[in-house]
Design a protein. Structure first.
Length: 212
């Protein structure tokens, strides 16, 4: 339609059109159930993908997961956190290089359960995942085919994370902060006030309980 109108107006700029285009109904994105994510995580025990999939359930992006190092895990009064301050991205040469996180809001500290923290710390040092980022996506798809599951990407873990916290009545500003979204992110559909949750121990413990 746009092409035809442009061509006709080129020859007769005075041409007027009165056309009602069909309404496009956007397809609702598939949000995996938490049980589906848990099934994939449980099936990855003993593989290089177990830690990455567990981090994904906490809302981390793939590029963040692939840049996480053992040294990014820290403990305060028996509670464990993971520091997100970098990302693994492809440069113009298609090489994987470490960079800063996607946005300033992506710099954050995410609470994780003690079992995951210990599993990471047992690695000793360095990155928790040293294979190709694409290998994670390939593994997930193979497992979904094997289990007869709906196909969904690693990024959908992030959507499920947001949904799960919302269902547990975690306030939206906290979800924005934990997920590294901008305060006016379209993902959340509205503008939220900024809250400093890094020292909110009760809230962090509640989030650990949800995903542990």
């Amino acid at each position: 339609y746009g092409y035809i109108v442009a061509v006709l107006r080129l020859y007769d700029p005075r041409t007027a059109f009165n056309v009602t285009l069909p309404r496009i109904t956007p397809k609702e994105p598939y949000i995996p159930k938490y049980e589906e994510i848990t099934t994939l995580i449980d099936g990855s025990v003993g593989t290089m993908f177990h830690i990455p999939l567990q981090l994904a359930k906490y809302g981390l992006r793939r590029e963040e997961i692939c840049s996480v190092c053992v040294e990014d895990v820290y403990e305060i009064d028996g509670a464990y956190y993971i520091r997100i301050d970098k990302a693994l991205i492809q440069n113009k040469k298609k090489e994987w290089v470490e960079s800063l996180t996607k946005t300033d809001e992506s710099f954050r500290n995410v609470p994780i359960d003690v079992d995951l923290a210990k599993e990471i710390l047992e690695l000793g040092s360095g990155r928790i995942y040293r294979n190709s980022p694409q290998s994670i996506a390939n593994y997930i798809r193979r497992q979904q085919d094997k289990l007869g599951m709906e196909h969904f990407s690693l990024h959908k873990f992030r959507h499920a994370f947001c949904t799960m916290l919302s269902e547990k009545n975690i306030d939206e500003a906290t979800i924005l902060r934990l997920g590294g979204w901008k305060k006016n992110s379209d993902v959340m559909r509205r503008i939220y006030r900024h809250t400093n949750i890094d020292r909110d121990v009760d809230k962090m413990n509640q989030i650990r309980d949800i995903f542990s």
